[in-house]
Design a protein around this ligand. Structure first.
Ligand SMILES: [Zn+2]
Length: 291
């Protein structure tokens, strides 16, 4: 019985290898030594096994079993790498949340070259994502509406995910609403995610109404992240000066945390730049008309 099981196991392995052989489209030829060889890599496709006495009684003295040639080993390694990469992508998707489709759409490839310094910095951030996570290093993109803050934060979110990092990107206001939905039913779950995700990106910080209620909630989110010692990235209409010197004592708690958590405050000036381009264009037209 035991003998049978061993025979079956060997036969099973052999079948798998023969299957690999056909998937890798191995072209074989018989050579003078009576063994089949792979025409491409010149490796034999059978392995000669010789058994010592005890085993020989059960399996025969010599036995030929199929083996993987170099071409098949390369194919198997590629398949396993693809499988691992797919598994990792699925894990990243499961562990991440990108709250809107418009965030998903923004990638570095869509950059129009208006802010090369910011782009370079963002690319470096992604390249060093492990160090950024270890050092709990966040960013604050500050600037007026339509300046491109959200564009850069979205590019970061997508590139970080592409690299295998988990990301949560969401407008702060939406996060606060979720925490309080159904009398706080999702509060703990939401805060757990805020604490656990690799990179948290809060879009449009400061756009929520400054009621005591929303200030309290915003602080709770920021504090949860602060205590988890993980990086936070924000976009905000607030100026660096306003963040460093809040006008209202009630704002101070959150702002001082942000300044501490986001040591790089990046001013995005797309709006100004667009205005400049428009003005340059007008000037050129005026000159053209004057001849
Ligand atoms: Zn081969």
């Amino acid at each position: 019985m035991e003998n049978m099981a061993l025979q079956n196991a060997i036969a099973g392995i052999g079948l798998t290898i023969i299957e690999n052989r056909s998937r890798a489209n191995v072209d074989e030829e018989m050579r003078e030594d009576g063994m089949p060889y792979c025409k491409k890599c010149n490796e034999p496709l059978l392995l000669k096994l010789e058994f010592a006495e005890g085993m020989a009684e059960r399996l025969g003295k010599t036995r030929y079993v199929p083996r993987n040639c170099a071409c098949m080993r390369v194919m198997l390694a590629e398949e396993s790498a693809q499988y691992e990469a797919q598994k990792r992508r699925e894990e990243v998707e499961r562990g991440s949340e990108i709250a809107s489709y418009s965030y998903r759409e923004q990638t570095f490839s869509k950059d129009d070259g208006r802010a090369p310094k910011i782009k370079r910095m963002c690319l470096k951030y992604v390249e060093k994502s492990a160090e950024m996570a270890d050092g709990n290093f966040g960013l604050a993109f500050v600037g007026e509406n339509e300046s491109g803050k959200t564009f850069w934060a979205s590019c970061l979110a997508n590139a970080l995910m592409e690299k295998g990092e988990t990301v949560m990107m969401i407008p702060l206001k939406q996060l606060i609403d979720r925490m309080n939905k159904n009398f706080g039913e999702y509060r703990e779950e939401t805060l757990r995610k805020v604490r656990s995700v690799g990179f948290l990106i809060l879009d449009d910080y400061g756009a929520e109404r400054e009621t005591d209620f929303s200030l309290e909630n915003a602080f709770e989110i920021i504090d949860a992240r602060y205590c988890a010692k993980k990086p936070m990235i924000i976009t905000t209409n607030l100026t660096e000066d306003a963040l460093r010197n809040p006008s209202d004592i009630k704002l101070k708690r959150s702002y001082s945390r942000i300044v501490e958590m986001c040591p790089a405050i990046v001013k995005v000036e797309g709006f100004e730049r667009r205005k400049e381009i428009a003005e340059a264009k007008k000037k050129a037209l005026a000159e053209f008309l004057r001849g």
